[in-house]
Design a protein around this ligand. Structure first.
Ligand code: SF4
Ligand code: SF4
Length: 200
């Protein structure tokens, strides 16, 4: 990856050929910019760059240029939650009908509320009148059950999302994936407490 540092900025020239390798080098760029307090500046020198890659790189650039750790994590958390909400709304993969999801229509039609209600754990206290009143639990949004994978090949992992893949270490990814039914404020505290630098 070639870059130029001038004063307090790190400049990257991006083309369709190098954008993938630049995204794969995100951890190096974070390290360089954070260590030297550099602003990341990106020039796109090619009209044919894949649009979704540009979106990924723009999110990476925004996160890198937020120097306060808590604010950076906030941006990442909210941005990824929005992406996950958009996917759920567009694809409607759980296909709820009268509060019963596609999996339980097949396995146990008396089970309402999908994974917001679970044997031994009861119903999540944030589910009121069939609606999630918390709206910000990333682990719930990320979760896709084995039934969805078997029947529709739908599976989501933290590493599917560049902001989670490159900005968090293994412990933090575990927290993001497993903090079900948990408000954002609590997850944010856990992320900050586990915020050793991600390994290259
Ligand atoms: S992830 Fe699976 S169990 Fe949970 S609501 Fe969707 S289909 Fe139902
Ligand atoms: S927090 Fe999670 S489990 Fe609780 S209502 Fe919302 S989506 Fe369902």
């Amino acid at each position: 990856m070639k870059y130029i540092i001038d004063k307090d900025k790190l400049f990257l020239e991006v083309t369709n050929e190098n954008i993938e390798s630049i995204i794969n080098s995100t951890k190096r760029i974070i390290k360089k910019c954070d260590k030297n307090n550099l602003e990341l500046v990106i020039n796109y020198n090619d009209k044919n760059i894949n649009e979704s890659k540009i979106n990924d790189l723009k999110m990476i650039q925004t996160a890198i240029n937020i120097k306060d750790k808590e604010k950076r994590y906030n941006y990442i958390y909210d941005t990824v939650c929005n992406i996950l909400d958009k996917r759920i709304n567009e694809e409607n993969y759980c296909e709820f009908e009268n509060d019963v999801c596609i999996r339980f229509r097949k396995e146990n039609p008396n089970h309402k509320n999908g994974c917001c209600e679970w044997k031994g754990r009861g119903k999540c206290k944030y589910l009121i009148k069939s609606e999630c009143t918390m709206k910000s639990c990333m682990a719930c949004k990320l979760f896709t059950c084995s039934f969805l994978y078997k029947t529709k090949k739908i599976r989501q992992k933290v590493d599917d999302y560049v902001l989670l893949k490159y900005f968090f270490n293994r412990n933090q990814k575990y927290i993001l994936e497993c903090s079900f039914w948990t408000p954002k404020e609590i997850v944010m505290k856990r992320l900050i407490n586990n915020s050793m630098k991600p390994k290259e």
